[in-house]
Design a binder for this molecule. Structure first.
Ligand code: AMP
Length: 282
């Protein structure tokens, strides 16, 4: 497995492989890899000649009071995990290689970032869209793989790629969970024992919502209330939002019909966790 830190070198190396007719699968990450990331890498391995994994903690997508400084890192471990999952190249640029002091170009997708996490993280998706554009300019990927764990992010990137005619296919893969249902996340290591145990309530609340919808109930407000009660029953949990939105526009729906995304964010102590499911009501 190869490691490249310089963007221009990465582009040169990969564009030669493209000329040879090789297909490139790309998995962008912020590192501290877990089974969720590895599921994307393994899928890319099955579908492409070359698999590229980027590890870059993107300053631009963190708010001023968020956890950029303390974001977990273990590059040595990441390298071994990525290699074992089938990566051919790790692209690991330094912050100055990606953003010079006077970076002044941003990619702004409209509408889709307005709801859900975007309501509470105002510049976050601008940071995400900008870095993914830069990464896709450096890594000439045929397909880029994203997790449903960050469903709003995946939908925004799909829209951006379509709107800007970017020559890459975007695939969104299912959420990988711990045994008790907690969605895997690099931030889970910061939960203490009690918070970790209680955090499993998030997935239980999503399953509860699905169950209620399957019995024929359609009233979002009512379902959200039940989810919230369940989550707030755990003493360390504080709900930031629970929303039921349509898949196309990510706007709140009052009466559930067709396919909806049920998404939430909650704090356990200072750790903010997100989770979601997609439910179809016939
Ligand atoms: P991150 O390193 O958190 O930026 O995540 C990199 C990619 O891995 C994103 O596309 C995430 O949606 C995806 N991902 C993170 N956690 C999971 C998970 N538990 N299951 C599936 N994909 C995930």
């Amino acid at each position: 497995m190869k490691l490249i830190r310089n963007p221009r070198k990465a582009y040169r190396y990969l564009s030669l492989l493209k000329v040879e007719g090789k297909t490139i699968g790309f998995v962008p990450t912020m590192g501290y890899l877990h089974e969720g990331h590895l599921s994307l890498i393994k899928k890319a391995r099955r579908e492409n000649d070359i698999v590229v994994v980027s590890i870059f903690v993107n300053t631009l997508q963190f708010g001023p009071r968020e956890d950029y400084e303390s974001y977990p890192k273990d590059f040595k471990r990441d390298k071994a995990l990525a290699r074992d999952a089938g990566a051919d190249l790790i692209f690991n640029p330094g912050i100055r290689a990606m953003y010079t002091g006077n970076h002044s170009t941003f990619v702004n997708v409209r509408k889709l970032p307005e709801n859900l996490c975007g309501r509470f993280r105002p510049r976050h998706f601008r940071g995400v869209a900008t870095v993914v554009t830069k990464l896709l300019n450096i890594v000439p990927a045929d397909t880029a793989y994203f997790g449903q764990k960050d469903a709003q992010q995946a939908f925004i990137i799909m829209k951006m790629v379509k709107d800007l005619n970017m020559p890459v296919a975007i695939k969104m893969l299912p959420i990988v969970r711990e045994k008790d249902g907690l969605a895997m996340s690099s931030r889970n290591i910061y939960l203490d024992t009690k918070q970790r145990r209680e955090a499993a309530v998030l997935y239980r609340s999503l399953c509860l919502a699905e169950k209620i919808i399957k019995t024929g109930k359609r009233d979002s407000k009512n379902i959200i209330k039940k989810m919230k009660n369940l989550i707030q029953g755990e003493s360390s949990a504080k709900v930031q939002y629970i929303s039921i939105v349509d898949i196309d526009r990510l706007k709140d729906v009052k009466k559930i019909k067709g396919r909806v995304l049920i998404a939430l964010a909650a704090y356990f102590g200072r750790i903010r966790l997100i989770d979601n499911i997609i439910v179809r009501r016939k």
